[in-house]
Design a protein around this ligand. Structure first.
Ligand code: GDD
Ligand code: MG
Length: 348
């Protein structure tokens, strides 16, 4: 059994965070995102993992290396230009010899992969797709199923009047290698608009797996990037091993941080600083009376005295001026600098 992670998208919806950091390795609770997926695969006994890259591939390769540090073997394929999701699978053909688990490189789940594999095997499926229930199927691939679990219809990004069910493609597939022959070589082709509709047309055994109860999120927008942090901090995601809650950092005796927050190595909290339900990356400096609440702050950012950051995402190496107020929905790219007293939201 092997795995392919589709990690070549540009992450445009997560800009500006993805300008210098490709989406597959944005930090989630201070850990590069793909490590969560690698851990899920390793837990299911899958060690042979290929990463399919296109955007900023070197940054990803440098970070993850050959995988030995994480108990797996990682190989890379890099498309000269994005080939689409199924095109990326075809492009990796040389490395694919057997049944393969394919992950979209931006979903976090505590799914029991072994159950999916057992079901795929038992049904002798050509393809199995994992489903998740969501409130807004319009942003995803809608999947209708028959009573026996066969996929009846696959409709990517359905229009409001096309939404018939709330089950969507969770971005996890089990594929038999013979499907590679159905994908045209050298052209842009996707699972969602190309291969899946083609499987249905040909009457191939294409099945859906509906997990009993699983956490699932696509981290690809700022709102969901923040949401996944809150879910992880609150312990709503099973199976996930987070890094230590607190690293080695300096804290004044009058600084406060709550039970939920995670503070990485090398941070400094000055007197009266408050950290609530938030994540601070390595080497952040939070000055006197500054408050960081429900937020994610990447490494080496400085929050000056009296500044308040609430429900926001702050990139690496930013400077938040004195008494600045950074409010809900703000997303600051790396090295942003906010002048003292800046307000990102006006109250009147
Ligand atoms: N290598 C490679 N090449 N990877 C790609 C390419 C490509 O050309 N295009 C996209 N990817 C990767 C992205 O990096 C991402 O990890 C994954 O494929 C899915 O792409 P997104 O751009 O995030 O798609 P989406 O979120 O709009 O929709 C997809 O995911 C939903 C679940 O999160 C679809 O698969 C939907 O059907 C699905 O519901
Ligand atoms: Mg996505």
């Amino acid at each position: 059994m092997q795995a392919l992670i589709l990690a070549g998208g540009k992450g445009t919806r997560l800009r500006p965070l993805t300008v210098y950091t490709p989406k597959p390795v944005v930090p989630i609770c201070n850990r590069p995102f793909l490590l969560y997926q690698i851990e899920t695969l390793r837990r299911a006994g899958i060690h042979d993992i290929t990463l399919s890259l296109s955007y900023q591939p070197l940054k990803i390769e440098q970070l993850l290396g050959d995988g030995s540090e994480y108990g797996v073997k990682i190989k890379y394929t890099t498309e000269p230009q994005p080939m689409g999701t199924a095109g990326a699978y075809k492009f990796a053909e040389e490395l694919i010899r057997e049944r393969t688990v394919v992950f979209n490189g931006d979903i976090l789940t505590d799914l029991d992969l072994e159950k999916v594999l057992a079901e795929h095997d038992q049904r002798q499926a050509a393809a199995t797709i994992v489903l998740a229930p969501v409130d807004n199927p319009g942003s995803y691939g809608l999947v209708e199923t028959e009573a026996d679990g066969r996929v009846r219809r696959f409709l990517e990004k359905p229009k409001p009047d096309e939404i018939s069910v709330n089950t969507i493609n969770a971005g996890t597939y089990v594929l038999e290698p013979r499907l590679l022959d159905m994908i045209p070589a050298g052209e842009n082709y996707s699972f969602e608009y190309g291969l899946f509709p083609a499987l249905l047309q040909r009457g191939e055994p294409f099945f859906a797996h509906v997990p009993e109860r699983a956490y699932w999120i696509d981290i690809g927008t700022p709102a969901r990037y923040l949401q996944v942090h809150h879910d992880l901090l609150a312990g709503r995601v099973g199976q996930v091993q987070l890094p230590e809650r607190l690293g080695e950092f300096d804290s004044a005796t009058t600084a406060e941080f709550d039970e939920l927050s995670r503070i990485a190595d090398g941070c400094t909290l000055k007197p009266g600083a408050q950290i609530v339900n938030s994540v601070l990356g390595p080497g952040c400096y939070v000055d006197e009376r500054a408050r960081v609440e429900n937020s994610v702050v990447w490494s080496h950012t400085r929050v000056s005295a009296g500044a308040q950051i609430t429900n926001a995402i702050i990139g690496r190496g930013c400077h938040i001026g004195r008494s600045a107020q950074v409010g809900a929905g703000a997303v600051l790219g790396d090295k942003s600098s906010l002048t003292d007293y800046t307000q990102t939201e006006t109250t009147s």
